[in-house]
Design a protein around this ligand. Structure first.
Ligand SMILES: [Zn+2]
Ligand SMILES: [Zn+2]
Length: 351
């Protein structure tokens, strides 16, 4: 397994929500949630191209100002995604400041904001420094249902959960890693060129191994063509490794609808970052505040069959009981005992 991305929680598990995803081979990063961004350096923040915000409770959005401050003057756009009414909130945040001097900046820094309604990107707007961040409504990006962003190397999916208000949970899936062995290409007398992009796309689309590529032979002056199958190219010329999947789930009530969506989103993830706010002994408070307990988080991780489970977003009321929260989550991850099973409302298979 080789991953393009390194993920780190921005704050300690009792701190505000946020995950920083750093691209290992590019000066680029993504953010899930904009809680306190204090621990990130200006350099790390300037790399952020896209930020995905679960909902607008303060502990998930208060870091927006810091991100804005370090990105002003940047030529690269900042893309934000959030739940319904998110554009209004960003508009209000931007209109809280005075921008009379910034319109003269040479570079026009642009913030794009898109809202997910259910599983559809239904509204979008842009804010440009050159018109003092006045809102311009634009057509939302056309993406398939539940997909926020689809790039050559990865895609970001989202589902809408119930937290009393809509709250988004995210999954990032890397596509296949495909490398070309150049020496083997030469040995087969095949050229290097743009056709290799078509080859990689054919692999990612899952085309049949019988698919034929017709290429000009490298043998000089012959003008001959070589026909070679995708299957042979895959085994002889390409190195294909699977990408990683990472899921991020915060602020959700524990009920059947949410559990189904969380399990589907996180299924088979290499890493699941999930809130574990309360201990089971306070399950009634968790239900009232529409948060998960550590036990519920662990049980969802088990049902989703994730490879690595990272509980966080612990309530500060347990500052001196962190081990207990972690133990409860790990026990649930391992599987319920017979008597717990009776108390688990959604213990059955989730389809
Ligand atoms: Zn919340
Ligand atoms: Zn929260």
């Amino acid at each position: 397994m080789s991953s393009l991305l390194q993920a780190k929680l921005i704050n300690d598990p009792f701190g505000e929500a946020g995950l920083y995803l750093d691209f290992r081979f590019a000066k680029r990063a993504l953010l899930f949630d904009l809680g306190d961004l204090g621990p990130l350096s200006p350099r790390e923040l300037r790399r952020v191209s896209h930020a995905f915000v679960s909902h607008a409770h303060m502990d998930h959005l208060c870091g927006f100002d810091r991100l804005l401050g370090v990105c002003l003057g940047r030529s690269q756009r900042l893309e934000l995604y959030g739940p319904p009414a998110f554009i209004d909130r960003i508009e209000h945040k931007l209109s809280a400041y005075t921008w009379n001097l910034i319109a003269d900046n040479e570079t026009d820094f642009v913030i794009g904001v898109a809202e997910l309604h259910g599983d559809t990107l239904a509204a979008a707007a842009e804010f440009h420094t050159k018109d003092a961040f006045r809102r311009r409504d634009v057509a939302p990006p056309a993406t398939p249902s539940g997909i926020l962003l689809d790039e050559e190397e990865f895609r970001v999916k989202a589902v809408t959960l119930d937290h009393g208000i809509p709250c988004l949970a995210f999954a990032l899936e890397e596509k296949l890693h495909i490398n070309v062995w150049r020496d083997r290409l030469e040995r087969l007398g095949l050229p290097v060129g743009p056709w290799l992009n078509g080859l990689k796309q054919a692999v990612r689309r899952g085309e049949s191994d019988e698919m034929l590529f017709t290429l000009a032979s490298m043998e000089e002056g012959t003008g001959r063509e070589v026909r070679i199958s995708l299957g042979r190219l895959k085994t002889e010329v390409l190195r294909i490794t699977s990408g990683e999947k990472l899921a991020y789930v915060v602020d959700a009530a524990y009920h059947c609808g949410n559990a189904t969506r969380i399990v589907e989103l996180a299924r088979g993830a290499d890493q699941l970052f999930i809130e574990a706010v309360f201990l089971s002994e306070d399950a009634d408070i968790a239900a009232r505040r529409r948060h998960l307990t550590a036990q519920q988080a662990g049980s969802l991780a088990r049902r989703a069959e994730v490879k690595r489970f990272i509980p966080f977003h612990f309530s500060p009321r347990y500052l001196d009981r962190e081990e207990q929260l972690r133990a409860e989550a790990s026990t649930a991850l391992a599987g319920p005992s017979a008597d717990q099973k009776e108390n688990e409302p959604f213990a059955g298979p989730i389809s």
